[in-house]
Write a protein that binds this ligand. Structure first.
Ligand code: ASP
Ligand code: MG
Length: 411
């Protein structure tokens, strides 16, 4: 008999009919003899609706009160689901974060979980009940209601699975798993049976927004096996695990991630002296701008060109910081470009294979796509290219790394 935590997102509980469907699904699992803890989000759109109400009162609502309010969305769905289970003859009980005692810090709207009392839930499970827990919320030391940040129900699910030492945390959503890349860009993208936490983090942070990144981090840290599944279609989904299988069939690259949210800035012809990088990036970080990729190159005349990327939203801010320091540093000019995109190949298989980056560059060269920047890590190679070539690049790489679904599949 296994203990499974199942998390259902907003679209999966978006109407009474859907909640009944979820209850039916849970009932079937129960019949097989597994212990089930269910975590649910608010009905889709509800959290936004509530936030909108608050905004009608105040542009910047007091965070504590915002949490008192938005936590109600999940309080509705836990009760409805428990009712639907009981109606089916499945003993069930619903709990808010406070009732479980999901203890968090007091950082309203972005609280972190400190501790979960497992006892009460374990008692209910022993008594044969399905426990339905409100996602996204907790309570601080003083008894204030807190929330975990948007998409936080994923984190609740994983944290509960860790606290209860569950066999698996299943995240039910509106896609049937994690894909090799965005199927809207590559029709031949395939669902992955397995992916490692590390890979998933790279894929998620690069735009494959299936799971809240924090939940993946949490699952990796506590070794909670995580599975992404479709709420209403049968299928194995994608298992996210720690182990890297050393099998012959294991592809070198697990997926192609991409991101259109970055912009590039260059400060050119800066006299190359120790401390240049700090003089440039110090003021950038002081302006609260996060830097992603960095390239520095020294010319034969002992000046350096320093290029980096930032989130597009921070572009204007970063540009004015650079313009402010350029003359003082003796730089020739400052230039920027927002028409860029980042494409990354991700895979733990890279660790044991040479020539992965060159294969990537070859595939891009064949399509005549110019690479503007490159960065690498142990399991990732990223390039910056002109935005208009993004989709072409992703498709070319998907084919070059043999990720395309066989004909007839994945279309
Ligand atoms: N209801 C919350 C949100 O919309 C939490 C969640 O859905 O995970 O962000
Ligand atoms: Mg979600």
């Amino acid at each position: 008999m296994a203990l499974i935590v199942q998390k259902f997102g907003g679209t999966s509980v978006g109407s009474v009919e859907r909640i009944e469907q979820v209850a039916e699904k849970v009932r079937k699992f129960r019949e097989k003899g597994d212990d089930i803890v269910v975590v649910v989000s608010a009905m889709s759109g509800e959290t936004n609706r509530l936030i909108d109400l608050a905004r009608q009162i105040s542009e910047q609502p007091v965070a504590r009160e915002l949490d008192v309010m938005v936590s109600t969305g999940e309080q509705v769905t836990i009760a409805l689901l428990a009712m639907a289970l009981i109606k089916r003859g499945v003993p069930a009980v619903s709990y808010t974060g406070n009732q479980v005692r999901i203890l968090t810090d007091s950082a309203f709207t972005k609280a972190r979980i400190l501790h979960i009392d497992a006892q009460k839930i374990q008692g209910d499970l022993k008594a044969g009940r399905v426990v339905v827990v409100a996602g996204f919320q907790g309570v601080d030391e003083q008894g204030n209601i807190t929330t975990l940040g948007r998409g936080g129900s994923d984190t609740t699910g994983v944290a509960l699975a860790a606290a209860l030492k569950a066999d698996e945390c299943q995240i039910y959503t509106d896609v049937d798993g994690v894909y090799t890349t965005d199927p809207r860009v590559v029709a031949k993208a395939q669902r992955l049976d397995k992916i490692t936490f590390e890979e998933m983090l790279e894929m998620a942070s690069l735009g494959s927004k299936v799971l809240q990144i924090r939940a993946v981090e949490f699952a990796g840290k506590y070794s909670v096996p995580l599975r992404v599944l479709h709420s209403f279609q049968e299928g194995p989904g994608t298992l996210i695990t720690l182990d890297e299988e050393e099998s012959m069939e294991q592809p070198i690259i697990s997926g192609i991630a991409f991101n259109r949210d970055e912009a590039k800035l260059t400060i050119r012809g800066v006299p190359d002296t120790p401390g240049v990088a700090f003089k440039i990036l110090g003021p950038i970080s002081a302006a609260n701008v996060e830097v992603d990729m960095i390239v520095q190159n020294v010319a034969h005349d002992n000046t350096t060109d320093f290029t980096f990327t930032v989130h597009r939203n921070d572009y204007n801010n970063a540009l004015s910081v650079l313009q402010g320091i350029a003359s003082e540093m003796g730089a020739r000019e400052v230039i920027g470009d927002t028409n860029i995109a980042k494409v990354s190949i991700v895979g733990v298989g890279m660790r044991s294979h040479a020539g992965v980056a060159s294969r990537m560059f070859e595939a891009l060269a064949k399509e005549n796509i110019n690479i503007q920047m490159i960065s690498t890590s142990e399991i990732k190679v990223s390039v910056v290219i002109e935005e208009k070539y993004l989709e072409l690049a992703v498709r070319a790489l998907h084919t070059a790394f043999e990720l395309d679904a066989p004909a007839g599949k994945g279309e």
